[in-house]
Structures are given as structure tokens and as C-alpha cells.
Design a protein around this ligand. Structure first.
Ligand code: ACO
Length: 404
């Protein structure tokens, strides 16, 4: 592609666990009521993972859906970024688990931790990478917050949910896609929303486990104050960077933390409420997954059209905030991909499972053959023989070695 490159969203997909946890259900777990939760947050229900689900399983399902919409085989992806604060492991990156599962054989992969701002941070990285020459980047926001909640703490456990959303960001010559973004951080508020233990500062001990140090802690009031101030500021800044007026905005897709925070931003920005997409009532706060899930639902509800000017805005742990201005480039409703293309994309997923199995098995066999062996073990004798053959085949006249 010659000339200017733009980074357009060409595929999108979401996945939420089947299990629904309503406010009524929660009122049997902690001292709360449906009325309190709805009035204070707007949340009515959220999804929570089952025993066999994890951040990676949700991410993989959303990624497959996004690839099918884009008509891009996983092997064509250059980079995978998973925005999450509930990764599969401390390391390796959840993105590497996703890379293996979908068969993204050419892709680099890393995780990005920027709390609920994570998806927009990742989208901004994808935009830069695509503008720098990559063809396709897969950006995923995926969380299993239910795994780090203290289910006896009514201040936090009613707020969060699990889910994943993914987008494929592809190079385009058309002036559309991500036109501007704003990233921000104020680490002086790190302890306002955090998991105190399990990192290098407070390593895991019996004491950290018994004191609940591995659960999310939050100063709700402070986060609320921060969110209601920063959201309108971030929207105004990114709209200015994109060269738009506020009135040009067709739809704002805000981080879904609390309906009252979104309403406050609506008022401060002096925009009509119907310009804000809200689905916090059904999923609660899914952190880095909330914006891509809301984007998918906005598209499905017919709230996004080609040429629309969208603003994504998020805030969260860090403290961090981020906003992106996007001109929607993909045609909607989506035209189904030709069947051959669909087949080429979907056949990659079972092949990826076979490839992964083969690579794991080959590694086990290799390690078994080359692993420690006893002197009389046939593998030891085989290896000795191979070593002797190797010695014999070395050139006899080489450079002189050091004298004893
Ligand atoms: N049910 C019933 N009562 C409750 C509950 C509950 N689930 N939770 C708290 N209360 C009580 C408190 O105990 C308190 O009672 P008291 O007055 O007798 O002490 C009262 O309600 C008020 O509590 P506050 O915490 O002061 O209430 P506040 O008005 O701040 O609202 C809320 C709480 C909804 C959490 C609000 O602070 C908020 O939305 N904050 C932002 C949270 C947020 O967005 N976090 C995510 C950031 S994104 C990320 O990176 C993950």
C-alpha cells in the first residue's frame, strides 16, 4: 500500500459466559438489594465464568468471532494484544495462549494492563503498528473479574462481571478508522483501585491469602470523582485532536462502570443522552472488555453506520484514562464473506488445535529422548553412539588449540 495508511476496524466479536448473576442472586450472598444496586450503578445483572472458563477461553471465542466478520485467517494476523487485568497467568501473556489457540502462526503477542482503559490503550498501539506497516492486528479486551473479587465485600462484588470483546484492526488507504487518541495516567491514585498482594511488592504468603490481599480493593467515592471529571475532559481533548466539533459526534461508547458516571459525563459534555451507548445494566463493569462488548452491541443494534464519528472513552485502575476518535469505515450491515473465504478462516481453528497438540507432543518426545538417562538405558547408548559419530565427522585439522 503506497501513501497514507489508516487503521480501520474490519472485524468485531464478543463473548460472555452463559451464567447470569442477577442482583437478586447477589442479595443472597451479601447484604445488598436490587434497588440499591440499580439506583447507585444501573447494573441489573452480570455474567460470571464457569469452572472450565478463563480469561483466555473468553478471549479466544471473541477473537474467532472477530476474524469471521473480518474474513481474515488467523495466519494473516501480525500482532495480538490482549488488554486485561485478570490474565490467564502472571506470565506468559494471555495473548500467547490466544495466539496458539487460534493458529496465528505469524503473530507477535503481548498483554497490556491499563485497567478499564486497557482496550483503548491497545487500540492505540494497534493503530501505530498498522500505520507503521502491519496489515492486521487483533485487539482483545478480556476479563474474569469474578476470579479476583471478594464475594463477601458488597462494595466491590456487585459492580463487576466477566466477558470479552475483540476487534481486527486492518490497514486501509481510506481516511477512516482511528483518527486520534489520548492516553493518560496518574499513578498517585494507584491504591484507589488495586489488588494489593501477589505482585513483587507483596509476594504471596499464607498471610496475604488469609487477609484477602489477592482480592480487588477500591475506594469507590474517589474513583467516582475521578471518572466524572476525566471522562468529559478526555472526550473533548480527543474530539479536538481529530479536528471535530462535539456536535459532530454520532455515538460515544463509554466504559461501562456505572450509569451515573455516564449520565454525569453526558451532562458535562452537554450532549443528548441518546448519543451514549449504555449496556452496563446487563454486564456490569467488565473492565477492559466493556468497550469492545459495547461496540459489538451498538453495531448489532444498528447504532453504527459507515462514516459515523465515534468516540470511545475509558477510565480505571492506574489511575488511567484513554479516549479514541474513530470514523467508522466498514460497511454495515456486514455482507457475508464468500463461502470459500469463510471456510479458509474457520478451517484454521481446528487446524490450530491439531498444530498445538502436535507441537506439545513433539516437545515432550524430544525432551524424553534428550532428557536425563541412566548409563545402561538404550537412549543413553543411542546418544553415546550419536556423539561418537559426531566426533568422527569433525574435521581433523582445525586451528591449534591452547597449549596445556
Ligand atoms: N448494597 C447496599 N449498600 C451498599 C453497597 C451495596 N452493594 N455497597 C455499599 N453500600 C453502602 C455503604 O456501606 C454505605 O453505607 P453507610 O453510609 O451506612 O456507610 C453506603 O452504601 C454508601 O456507600 P458509598 O461507597 O459511599 O457509596 P457511593 O455513593 O460512593 O457509591 C459506588 C458507591 C456505586 C461504588 C460508587 O462509588 C461508584 O460507582 N464508584 C466508581 C466505581 C468504579 O467505577 N469502579 C471501577 C473503575 S474501572 C476499573 O479499572 C476496574
Amino acid at each position: 500500500m503506497n501513501g497514507a495508511r489508516y487503521a480501520q476496524i474490519t472485524g468485531w466479536g464478543m463473548y460472555v459466559p452463559e451464567k447470569v448473576l442477577t442482583n437478586e442472586d447477589l442479595s443472597h450472598i451479601v447484604d445488598t438489594t436490587d434497588e440499591w444496586i440499580v439506583t447507585m450503578t444501573g447494573i441489573r445483572e452480570r455474567r460470571v465464568v464457569g469452572d472450565k472458563e478463563s480469561t483466555a477461553t473468553l478471549a479466544i471465542r471473541s477473537a474467532r468471532a472477530a476474524l469471521l466478520v473480518a474474513g481474515i485467517a488467523a495466519s494473516e494476523i501480525d500482532l495480538i494484544i490482549v488488554a486485561t487485568i485478570t490474565p490467564e497467568y502472571l506470565f506468559p501473556a494471555t495473548a500467547s495462549v490466544v495466539q496458539d489457540a487460534i493458529g496465528a502462526t505469524r503473530a507477535g503477542a503481548f498483554d497490556l494492563a491499563a485497567g478499564c482503559s486497557g482496550f483503548i490503550y491497545a487500540l492505540t498501539m494497534a493503530n501505530a503498528y498498522v500505520r507503521g506497516g502491519a496489515d492486521h492486528v487483533l485487539v482483545i479486551g478480556a476479563e474474569t473479574l469474578s476470579r479476583i473479587l471478594d464475594w463477601t465485600d458488597r462494595n466491590t462484588c456487585v459492580l463487576f462481571g466477566d466477558g470479552a470483546g475483540a476487534v481486527v484492526v486492518s490497514a486501509s488507504a481510506e481516511r477512516s478508522g482511528v483518527l486520534a487518541s489520548q492516553l493518560g495516567s496518574d499513578g498517585s491514585g494507584a491504591e484507589l483501585l488495586y489488588v494489593p498482594a501477589g505482585g513483587s511488592r507483596v509476594p504471596t504468603t499464607h498471610e496475604t491469602i488469609s487477609s484477602g490481599g489477592h482480592f480487588a480493593r477500591m475506594n469507590g467515592r474517589e474513583v467516582f470523582r475521578f471518572a466524572t471529571t476525566i471522562m468529559p475532559q478526555a472526550v473533548e481533548a480527543v474530539v479536538g485532536d481529530a479536528g471535530w466539533q462535539k456536535a459532530d459526534i454520532d455515538l460515544v461508547i463509554p466504559h461501562q462502570a456505572n450509569r451515573r458516571i455516564i449520565e454525569s459525563a453526558t451532562k458535562r459534555l452537554n450532549l443528548p443522552p441518546d448519543k451514549f451507548f449504555v449496556n452496563v445494566d446487563r454486564y456490569g463493569n467488565t473492565s477492559a472488555a466493556s468497550i469492545p462488548i459495547a461496540l459489538c452491541e451498538a453495531i448489532a443494534a444498528g447504532r453504527v453506520k459507515q462514516g459515523d464519528k465515534l468516540v470511545l472513552v475509558g477510565f480505571g485502575a492506574g489511575l488511567s484514562w484513554a479516549a479514541a476518535a474513530l470514523e467508522w469505515g466498514a460497511a454495515l450491515p456486514v455482507k457475508p464473506q464468500p463461502w470459500l473465504r469463510r471456510l479458509a478462516v474457520s478451517i484454521w481453528f481446528p487446524l490450530a488445535a491439531v498444530r498445538s497438540f502436535w507441537r506439545r507432543t513433539a516437545r515432550h518426545v524430544y525432551n524424553w529422548i534428550l532428557g536425563p538417562v541412566g548409563k545402561d538405558d538404550w537412549r543413553g547408548r543411542l546418544r553415546d553412539r550419536a556423539d561418537r559419530i559426531g566426533e568422527r565427522s569433525k574435521p581433523s585439522s582445525g586451528p591449534p588449540g591452547p597449549k596445556e
